[in-house]
Write a protein that binds this ligand. Structure first.
Ligand SMILES: [Zn+2]
Length: 277
């Protein structure tokens, strides 16, 4: 799909989402009621951070002022997300990497509605190996519209697969999501979303995030930050070039819970984006 066509398609989708958001909210609430018994609140320690959000007085341009711990959101020079602009991609490093070695295992489904996103916690035992470093998979979650952009264009959604090595350093894989076929993995997750601030463990459902990956492993790599407070830097980003698909209905269902949970594009400054795979 060309960029122009994509842009038009996205406008149509966005209008569709607005017009259907009321009915979708009802669908989500109905499924939550049926499963309220296995919901538990998020641990109190996770709720202590200062309130932040995507609109109003706590919007992304204010994050740096909300807490001294969030200073990097305002002062950092290597922030994420970025626009992956063709002219800034380093030609020297094109397709030179050995790539990412995946070791993803099935995990019992555990869905968290954090108040900022829908997150799936991952059990111990799954990891990626990049340049002989092992990063353990901790969780994955979703943003809408996509946080990373390609030549200024956003996708409908973006999934972030968050990994950490033994030194606590992050490697995050970003998967762009476009409207298309129904996504089976997302179906399992969407059917088990708890209310805000709740965790829902569904031991009888097992998922494998390997099923979310696109076939083509070519990706863009750059050094950035967490895209939510505290916006910590030193995050290795790997944005896959081939988008994955979710049905329009699935995208709308996420929109009914979080209409926008995406940080604006940050300056690239002196960084290089490498194309690898
Ligand atoms: Zn994210």
């Amino acid at each position: 799909m060309s960029k122009l066509k994509f842009s038009r398609a996205w406008s149509v989708i966005f209008l569709g989402i607005i017009s259907s958001s009321i009915s979708n909210t009802n669908i989500v609430r109905a499924s939550q009621d049926e499963t309220a018994t296995n919901n538990v609140p998020i641990q109190p320690s996770q709720e202590k951070e200062p309130h932040w959000g995507y609109g109003g007085v706590h919007n992304p341009t204010k994050w740096g002022e909300l807490s001294p711990e969030f200073a990097a959101c305002e002062n950092g020079n290597n922030q994420s997300p970025v626009d992956i602009h063709s002219v800034e991609i380093s030609p020297v490093h094109q397709a030179t990497s050995a790539g990412i070695e995946f070791n993803y295992q099935p995990t019992p489904l555990e869905v968290v509605n954090t108040g900022h996103t829908i997150q799936v916690n991952y059990a111990e035992g799954s990891s990626v190996k990049i340049d002989s470093q092992e990063y353990k998979l901790k969780q994955f979650h979703f943003h809408t519209p996509s946080e990373h952009r390609f030549n200024g264009e956003a996708y409908a959604m973006e999934a972030h697969l968050v990994h950490q090595n033994q030194n606590g350093e992050y490697a995050v894989i970003g998967l762009l999501i476009e409207p298309g076929s129904e996504n089976k993995l997302l179906k399992n997750i969407w059917e088990n979303i708890p209310e805000r601030g709740q965790v829902k463990a569904v031991s009888e459902v097992t998922i494998n995030v390997a099923n979310l990956l696109p076939r083509n492993e070519l990706h863009y790599h750059y050094l950035g930050s967490l895209t939510t407070p505290p916006c910590s830097e030193g995050v290795n980003w790997y944005i896959f070039r081939e988008p994955i698909q979710a049905s329009l209905e699935q995208i709308q269902q996420f929109h009914a819970i979080y209409s926008v949970n995406s940080r604006p594009i940050q300056p690239i400054n002196n960084r290089h984006i490498k194309f690898e795979g």
